[in-house]
Design a protein around this ligand. Sequence first.
Ligand SMILES: Cc1ncc(C[n+]2csc(CCOP(=O)(O)OP(=O)(O)O)c2C)c(N)n1
Length: 634
Amino acid sequence: MDNTNNYHYLDDIEYPHHLREFSITQMTEVCKELRKFLLHSVAKSGGHFAAGLGVVELTVALHYVFNTPSDKLLWDVGHQSYPHKILTGRKQQMESIRTRGGLGPFPCPKESEYDCFTVGHSSTSIGAALGMNLSFQLERQNQQAVPIIGDGGLTAGMAYEALNHLGDIRANMLIILNDNEMSISPNVGAMTNYLTRMLSGRVFSTMREGSKRLLKPMPPMWELARRTEEHVKGMFAPGTLFEEMGIRYFGPVDGHDVTSLIKTLRNIKQLEGPKLLHVITKKGKGYSHAEQDPVGYHAVPTFDPEVGVEKKDTGQKKQTYTQVFSDWICDAAKRDPHLVAITPAMREGSGLVKFEKEFPERYYDVAIAEQHAVTLAAGLASAGHKPVVAIYSTFLQRAYDQLIHDVAVQHLPVLFAIDRAGVVGPDGKTHTGSYDISFLRCIPNMLVMAPANECETRLMLQTGLQHNGPSAVRYPRGTGPGSHAQNNLDTIEIGTAEQVRQGKDIAILSFGSLLANAVEVGDTLDASVINMRFIKPIDETMIITTASNHELIITLEDNVVMGGAGSAVSEVLAKHQILIKTLHLGLPDHYQEHGSREELLADAGLDKASILEKIGQIYPLRDCEHKSAHVVSG
Ligand SMILES: Cc1ncc(C[n+]2csc(CCOP(=O)(O)OP(=O)(O)O)c2C)c(N)n1
């Protein structure tokens, strides 16, 4: 593999206007170089990879044809935007992507004028671009916003809401559908089947034929308005679902033939009204390892480009929280035939690969459809099943109304296994799981649990499953402290906290994964430490007793302070008219940028040193000897 750092074209391309100085015939070479650059930079930085490889030609063609940054490109989700970042002034910073102070993981207007909308969650691009185009049209501005959405992104309700509006309002807008038949895992759903059928047989040969004919010269300019649509459309398969919605459909076209793409885009760009170009790409294109394993190469650690990503035995004995969930749900399903599992397109990330293999008939991947996932669970529960919705904290936000209206109001037994709760890290502010304690604890009927370790995670999952009502277990990204979860299906008593250290004067009430930090601080200050375990119902007796024999109560959580578990403690104190000095420690009331989880926790003042410092600011700390009076009481 040629890994020299000489790029004949790319070295001269800092911004898209440099790209446009080259001829169309040079674009194939530019694409080769861009792909090579992407490979070598992601190999050093890690990050999202296979989707970017798949859109190299599309990225070049779009920047070549559209007048960016005046015209706007809206990359749906934004995980495929690395080639776009490379072409828009950020080439030299690519190796810093997703690290603290480095480039962000997704497009972000604060980072570049070529990023026109903050993204990270999927399926927002069509609606946002429609808004921009309407704004341009109202102001008579000669600009266009072009959304580029994947077939995965096109499974979400939001995308259809926007299409429905677009087809009705008939705004001028071009949508690019980047169809690679993949979400993170293979894409699912009737729309995917429909798109796949369009690629089979006759239609696929039409695409080949169409690509060839596009190389022929187009009609003279004065005829363009009348004839372009006919000319372009004649090449492709007619009559589609999109047409029925009032959106003119063009395609499918080969997304790796940059010359044809440029010509097609130039033609379609002229046309009035809503239109969609169906582009066929291969996820991982041009790097054989990624082509063969697009799921594994969706996001990667650093790797040697010659070798590919290696499965290293890191000697890591600790389980991730996701693995604890994965083992538990298979064990629980063996015992309970009514258990069903639902994932909104996150089979791998949420730990359901094993479950799907063992219980395929009880496994539902609903595609990127969080709202539907939750209402589906409500339906299953109301008909007698026990649904477990495996969902990231950040994506549960999208299904908040369904959680309240469909699940909680009806007191249905749905268990939410909430992964990536709290600070998430390199995926940044769009993906943080910092809010779920606040938005869950205000819902009547919810049982909300925050395990401090692997063992408790399993106990709480089983407790939630057996609970006759809605429940949630929230656990963080990554590994726990190493309390290997047992294989049994035991439960714990709902609403009970556990004292883990008896000290004096100061009591730290810890909610969830930061217990180890609480214990370290407790050891240093000879403070009491309580593992609260339940956010709702909260252990009121423990709070009242603790307040009666301490001078300062500190609450600690991996959630925003506002409305979080600390607030729950203060509400209990207020309810019982107890006056005591309190300090709430948690995540700040501003968006934390990307970094490692440890860095972001430290930035939020939740590491040992910062906690000690904050306590010292409000309470005179005596020179405490190191005491280790660990107590365990119910
Ligand atoms: C609301 C939401 N749910 C889940 C995700 C996680 N996610 C990131 S990329 C992705 C797959 C997107 O598939 P597609 O749009 O086809 O893009 P591709 O990776 O295939 O290029 C998913 C599910 C997300 N970003 N947003």
